[in-house]
Design a protein around this ligand. Structure first.
Ligand SMILES: Nc1ncnc2c1ncn2[C@@H]1O[C@H](COP(=O)(O)OP(=O)(O)OP(=O)(O)O)[C@@H](O)[C@H]1O
Ligand SMILES: [Mg+2]
Length: 452
């Protein structure tokens, strides 16, 4: 009886080991096929393989002892094992992680009673989206999205994570994606010191790793996109205030095409902001102002090339050297860096019977020129629109806005159109002010500052 039981136990252990090795082999295979195995995993193994192949071990050992001898067969085996050891260890580690995750998931699904016909959801994959956010894909086995939504709190507590979004393809109810993070981000952040920014510097928001501040001189222009209620206008107001307060020598122009509450909010603040800000609202006034800015830009380009300046700073240096120092307020417009902040820019591209087509075309051309050449002339754009697609936005302007702050998007396609990935569809749309910041190859989730 005793012998039979221990035989059965031994059999179970063998089955478990077999399963584990199979899982490790699958991980290695899928890692190689999908190019997920990091190159660094193989470095040590390759170094050891070279040592064995070059017989450097025998040479080194001969300094200390004469008895060292590695049989030829074993040497060949160890050389090959070393070459592949990085992949093997990587696969074993991944299989162990997966095993741990499977056990935790089983515990969580049991605790949340997430089952249908006696079956719990099963793991497809658990992949990293960025350093803090992951995507867990599951086979539902009959468990509905609503069941998952009702079980979120229990899952969060057992798995010690925060669910960001539950996503299910309308056409495929057999699978579900849980976007989650192990580290929480603040839901509301207030800018502590709006007066302590360097020239041209603006705050973007708080990421999982701390605040992001960028300088408009490096970034050039910014596109702000995202569905209604995300926090675009709020962000523009923060940026406008910071630029106005910290750049007395510059000019800040805030244009609100819809002419809603935003200019009123800015004007309330503007009382304490100084005289380097101008606000315009309503399509007609904004279009007129853009036309004027376009003409001023034309002049600025002419004077820049007349003095042979390569960029705005060079121009200022040359001109100030000639004219001598002057009070900031006495400087003519062409000596002032200009920040143009535009809310609801889609209105510029929509048909409006109240606006003369010629004026509208002039304003569109001005925005287009600023996006292409404004940076060198010290003119910067921050423009907001819900959808920066070809129907409602000039695509040449879009390609010339190197930085994008994208608030939640209603579907994958609109996220891809704005930032090139579905990341803006994977942020929690219920957290106001949450967005994705894209500048260069890096994408970061941020909580933008609340305008106060
Ligand atoms: N960073 C933030 N932190 C906290 N709450 C915010 C933040 N940004 C926006 N909100 C809240 O969300 C609401 C909507 O924000 P906002 O008006 O900026 O959205 P929007 O993207 O401009 O929308 P629309 O496209 O409809 O103009 C604001 O009234 C504000 O209360
Ligand atoms: Mg708005």
């Amino acid at each position: 009886m005793e012998i039979k039981k221990s035989q059965r136990d031994f059999g179970d252990v063998l089955v478990s080991v077999g399963r584990f090795l199979k899982a490790a082999a699958e991980e290695i295979l899928s890692g190689i096929i999908n190019n997920r195995v990091p190159a660094s995993a193989s470095y040590l193994g390759l170094v050891i393989a070279v040592i064995l192949y070059a017989r450097a071990d025998t040479w080194a050992a001969s300094f200390f002892t004469t008895k060292y001898h590695l049989p030829e067969g074993l040497r060949v085996f160890l050389t090959y094992a070393s070459i592949f050891s990085g992949w093997i260890l990587w696969g074993v580690r991944r299989a162990a992680d997966r095993n741990r995750l499977l056990n935790k998931l089983k515990e969580a699904f049991q605790a949340a009673s997430l089952k249908c016909n006696g079956r719990y959801p099963s793991l497809i994959e658990d992949l990293k989206i960025d350093n803090h956010v992951r995507r867990l894909r599951l086979h539902c086995h009959g468990v509905t999205k609503t069941d998952f939504e009702n079980a979120v709190e229990r899952l969060e507590s057992v798995l010690n994570m925060t669910v960001i979004r539950l996503l299910q393809d309308e056409g495929d109810k057999s699978k579900i994606e849980i976007i989650y993070t192990m580290k929480d981000m603040q839901k509301t952040v207030i800018l502590e010191n709006p007066d302590a920014f360097a020239d041209g510097q603006i705050p973007i928001g708080m990421t999982y790793e701390g605040p992001i501040h960028v300088n408009m001189r490096n970034v050039g222009h910014i596109l702000v996109a995202g569905q209604t209620g995300g926090g675009k206008s709020n962000f523009l107001k923060v940026v406008t205030t910071v630029l106005t307060r910290n750049n007395p020598e510059a000019k800040v122009i805030f244009l609100d095409f819809k002419g809603g509450m935003e200019t009123a909010d800015i004007r309330n603040h503007a009382k304490n902001l100084g005289d380097n800000i101008e606000c315009f609202d309503g399509t007609k006034k904004c279009i007129e102002e853009l036309g004027r800015i376009g003409m001023a830009l034309e002049e600025r380009f002419k004077t820049l090339s007349a003095v042979g300046a390569s960029n705005f700073d060079d121009y200022l240096k040359k001109k100030i050297a000639k004219a001598g120092p002057r009070k900031i307020t006495d400087r003519p417009e062409d000596e002032r860096r200009t920040y143009i902040i535009v809310d609801e820019i889609a209105q510029l591209y929509a048909k409006d019977p109240e606006v003369e087509k010629e004026r509208q075309d002039r304003a569109k051309a001005a925005v287009n020129r600023i996006a292409r050449q404004g940076r060198a002339a010290g003119v910067h754009l921050v423009v907001a629109t819900q959808k920066p697609d070809a129907q409602s936005f000039d695509q040449t302007v879009k390609t010339n806005l190197p930085a994008v702050l994208c608030f939640p998007m209603p579907n994958q396609a609109s996220s891809v159109s704005a930032i090139g990935t579905k990341r803006a569809f994977e942020i929690n749309p219920n957290i106001q002010g949450r967005a994705v910041w894209k500048f260069g190859p890096k994408l970061e989730e941020v909580q933008t500052y609340l305008f106060t």
